[in-house]
Design a protein around this ligand. Structure first.
Ligand SMILES: [Fe+2]
Length: 410
């Protein structure tokens, strides 16, 4: 007969083993869950970084396109990658001033109109309650930086911004100096905080913004350098042709005003300005005695002068940087009615930039004093432009010109 005690013992032992197995199973289940959670979080992090890389590539491409608003793109990217953020802003430091250049949630127009000084904003490092994340990223409590504001500025500031409980701030560096701030905010109505992962993303966005600022500065310097070289050449043309003194720069600036008034893109405005600067560069090939002749020109002399747009065009097509605007220079003496030169193009067949140059060039030529006659008065010159709308001038460009005159901009 089986010993009942032994049976009981075996049963208890089996129950115990069963419990151990159950515990083990539960432990494994929990571990599996944990692993799954880890995997999901890793996957979401991976996805975020993938998006960050995509955004970075996109931002770099956009950085070279002046028509894209980099500040908007960087803040939109920040909102996409950092879900805790409710509002945000980008501000830059210029000499002693502090300028808000972009904001989401807060009132950007109001912020732009307030004369903030750099000294009104404390360095987050000097605020006791600041939490450091890394050398450039800070989490700061509400109203962290505004203790230094004069009362009136502070009042306007409070009106312009939504109430904030916590901000994550990353400093934008340029040439080892703080050039601005990218700030993301959590509203007072929210209980959340910025996660470590979000602050890491913030750090990356700060680096992208710093790189963009450096890139912008470099391309500005490069453009300034090119402008100086071109101006030196223009000054040689001006020595050659005394009448053009200052004319090229005037035409460039009037043309730029016209292009802006017509709502043309930043890239087209840039081309307009450069075309204006070099539009008469072909005159260097016209003999000085013809250019500076105070008397009426003979037919053959006039034919020689009429070559300058084509000569300018040919010179510019040899320049890698200026090739794209050569065609606008070629056509700056075409007329809207088709009676101009060199190719007798008409209406919309003339490139838009050339049609803008024509108005600016004629205006400056009319009001400018010459060796043998005084320039026309503004009123007479304006009438002359009006009289030639549809003949010499594009009606749309002439309209923009009249609007500028009415505003007193010319
Ligand atoms: Fe010309």
């Amino acid at each position: 007969m089986t010993n009942p005690f032994r049976l009981r013992e075996e049963l208890e032992h089996a129950q115990l083993e069963n419990q151990t197995l159950k515990d083990e199973l539960n432990r494994l289940r929990a571990e599996k869950k944990e692993l799954e959670a880890d995997y999901l979080s890793l996957f979401s992090t991976l996805q975020k970084y993938e998006r960050l890389v995509q955004s970075t590539t996109m931002l770099i491409e956009m950085a070279v396109d002046p028509d894209q608003d980099f500040n908007k793109i960087i803040l939109d990217t920040a909102f996409e990658l950092i879900p805790e953020a409710d509002y945000g802003s980008i501000s830059i430091i210029k000499d002693e001033d502090w300028l808000f250049v972009y904001a989401a949630g807060h009132n950007l127009e109001a912020l732009k109109s307030i004369p903030f000084k750099k000294s009104y904003f404390l360095d987050p490092r000097d605020v006791d309650s600041t939490l450091f994340f890394d050398s450039n990223v800070f989490v700061v409590p509400e109203a962290w930086s505004i203790q230094n504001m004069p009362e009136e500025v502070y009042r306007r500031y409070r009106e312009a911004v939504l109430p904030v409980r916590e901000s994550a701030v990353v400093q934008i560096d340029l040439a080892n100096q703080i050039a601005g701030h990218l700030s993301l905010d959590i509203g007072t109505h929210e209980e959340k905080h910025f996660s470590k992962e979000s602050l890491k993303v913030m750090e990356a966005l700060g680096s992208i913004t710093s790189a963009f600022f450096a890139f912008q500065r470099l391309s500005k310097l490069q453009e300034e350098f090119q402008r100086e070289i071109i101006l030196s050449i223009i000054r040689i043309v001006e020595i050659h042709d005394t009448y053009t003194k200052g004319h090229s720069e005037h035409v460039a600036s009037i043309s730029l005003d016209l292009a802006k008034e017509m709502g043309l893109s930043a890239e087209v405005c840039r081309q307009v300005y450069w075309s204006g600067l070099v539009h008469d560069i072909g005159k260097i090939l016209v003999s000085q005695s013809v250019l500076n002749k105070p008397d009426r020109l003979s037919d053959s002399e006039f034919e020689m002068i009429k070559n300058h747009p084509v000569w300018g065009y040919e010179v510019l097509t040899h320049s890698k940087e200026l090739r794209e605007i050569a065609i606008f220079v070629r056509h700056h003496h075409e007329r809207y009615d088709g009676n101009g030169y060199p190719d007798r193009l008409a209406g919309e067949g003339i490139p838009m930039i050339s049609r803008i140059l024509t108005v600016a060039d004629s205006w400056d030529a009319m009001i400018r004093d010459r060796a043998y006659r005084k320039g026309l008065s503004r009123e007479v010159a304006i009438d002359e432009i009006k009289r030639n709308v549809g003949l010499q001038f594009d009606p749309n460009v002439a309209k923009a010109f009249m609007r500028l005159c009415a505003k007193g901009a010319l």
